[in-house]
Design a protein around this ligand. Structure first.
Ligand code: UD1
Ligand code: CA
Length: 457
């Protein structure tokens, strides 16, 4: 099979330096959605991208994400038919060609599979839609037997044709040898002076090629984006769709209109998610987890029955079962929190392992540390992991107790069962089972507080 993706348009109405197809929907460039959907189709196909405006930025994106595509250039945008013309030399004639659009991001693989089935044996398959308001779209012209005769663009339509509510979504599939033949016959004799891809439908009808139509399952699949307002609307529609899928799966969403999923979100049933949470990248949530309001969770895994409390930020981390995180916790990449551990408010953990049942409940920084089991990290504890050049690790063994306001100057080890007195600056290893303390001796002296000068007139 061949796939052509049209993406040469400038997207003027976006008012942006970024090419339209690179504007993100649900955290991923629109073009990325189309390319990922093609991957789901599972054909060994190298889609042909037709690029014009903003080519270099699109190429950078393609390279970065390692998509395999071929590129046809359309330097001047003379219409959708002219765009496909640029791709023709790259298409193998013996197969079917599917035409997609870089700014129609949410077309679903299932719909494309159905369309491709319709296009078997040399038929012409078009995805059409019946719209309440068809303004702006090409209309599907049918004869008295309801057979398709052609497509008329809005700007070329007479008032009677404008009444037609069945519209062309632009997504088609047909035999490539026919496509090549028809595209080369196109003439720009229409209101816009463009080469219309849609004119090939009339040519197919004249040749008696069977023309078959299909409607998408969801209206959002064929919505194109021309402005930021349309992009924002489509984002909401998509998020609503994802939220509904979660509800169906058995996830409780306190408000399905206030959740954002930007990536691959795998959520078990009986998870409760409060309002305003954002899930990015690859996130896996196990059953029984509760997530409080306004949490951001990115590229992380959360274990069974763990509680993530309000305003927590978790990235690149694994949290095992029955842990309690937050409110206001921050877990940065490389963090592993074992089961039953507690990470409390204003605690930042980075690239560290926190053992079973250990607690850091208040105002601490734990970076590059290996913390054993049942350790208690007091309020205001800081691992001083960075000497200005290199990072060093801190080891805190099982059952240690770190008093409040301790600085652990890495590399340093706190032995098993050791106690560190509050306010200690630990620069040498603390032996197991002992109290280690570094603190200036407390003293009291007589002292008169200065008085404010009383000015006399
Ligand atoms: C097109 C269809 C119309 C359909 C509508 C659906 C034609 C002539 N009309 O109209 O029947 O109802 O889409 O949204 O096809 N593009 C290029 N190069 C060009 C022109 C366009 O790559 O020279 C790309 C654009 O980037 C865009 C897509 O093709 O992604 C559609 O072009 P656009 O100008 O938006 O077509 P419409 O007038 O909306
Ligand atoms: Ca359009």
């Amino acid at each position: 099979m061949n796939i052509v993706i049209l993406a040469a348009g400038q997207g003027k109405r976006m008012n942006s330096a970024l090419p339209k197809v690179l504007h993100p929907l649900a955290g991923k460039p629109m073009l990325g959605h189309v390319l990922d959907t093609i991957k789901i189709l599972g054909y060994e196909v190298c889609p042909c991208l037709v690029l014009g405006h903003g080519q270099s930025a699109v190429r950078d994106f393609i390279d970065q994400r390692q998509y395999s595509v071929s590129i046809a250039r359309q330097e001047e945008q003379k219409g959708t038919g002219h765009a496909v013309l640029q791709a023709l030399p790259l298409l193998s004639s013996s197969e079917t060609t599917l035409i997609l659009y870089g700014d129609v991001p949410l077309i679903q693989a299932q719909t494309l599979e159905s369309l491709l089935r319709l296009a078997q044996n040399g038929a012409f398959a078009i995805l059409t839609q019946v719209r309440q308001d068809p303004t702006g779209y090409g209309r599907i012209i049918r004869n008295l037997n309801a057979e398709i005769e052609g497509i008329i663009e809005e700007k070329d339509a007479n008032s009677e044709q404008k009444q037609i509510r069945e519209i062309n979504t632009g997504i088609i599939a047909c035999a490539t040898k026919d496509l090549k033949n028809w595209i080369q016959q196109l003439q720009p004799n229409n209101a816009q002076g463009e080469y219309y891809l849609t004119d090939i439908v009339g040519l197919a009808a004249k040749e008696g090629v069977p023309i078959r139509t299909l409607h998408p399952e969801f209206a959002f699949e064929v919505e194109g984006v021309n402005s930021r307002s349309q992009l924002a609307q489509l984002e909401r529609v998509w998020q609503e769709h994802l939220a509904n899928q979660l509800l169906t799966q058995g996830v409780t969403l306190i408000d399905p209109a206030r959740i954002d999923i930007r990536g691959h979100f795998q959520c078990a049933n009986d998870v409760t998610i409060d309002v305003g949470c954002i899930f990015e990248g690859t996130v896996e949530i196990a059953t029984g987890v509760t997530i409080g309001p306004y949490c951001v969770i990115k590229d992380s895994k959360i274990g069974v029955q763990t509680q993530i409390k309000a305003f927590s930020h978790i990235e690149g981390s694994v949290v095992k079962e029955m842990a309690i995180i937050g409110p206001y916790a921050r877990l940065r990449p490389g963090t592993h929190i074992d089961s039953h551990a507690h990470i409390g408010n204003f605690v930042e953990v980075k690239n560290s392992h926190i053992g079973l049942g250990s607690k850091a409940n208040h105002l601490s920084y734990v970076g590059d540390a290996d913390v054993g089991q049942r350790v208690n990290i007091g309020a205001g504890t800081i691992t001083c992991n960075y000497d200005g050049v290199n990072k060093h690790r801190t080891t805190i063994e099982d059952d240690a107790f770190i008093g409040s306001d301790t600085q652990l100057v890495a590399p340093v080890t706190v032995g098993k069962g050791a106690t560190i007195g509050a306010g200690t600056t630990l620069t040498k290893n603390a032996p197991a089972e002992k109290l280690t303390i570094s603190r200036a001796k407390q003293l009291s002296v007589d002292w008169q507080r200065p008085q404010k000068n009383k000015s006399k007139d």
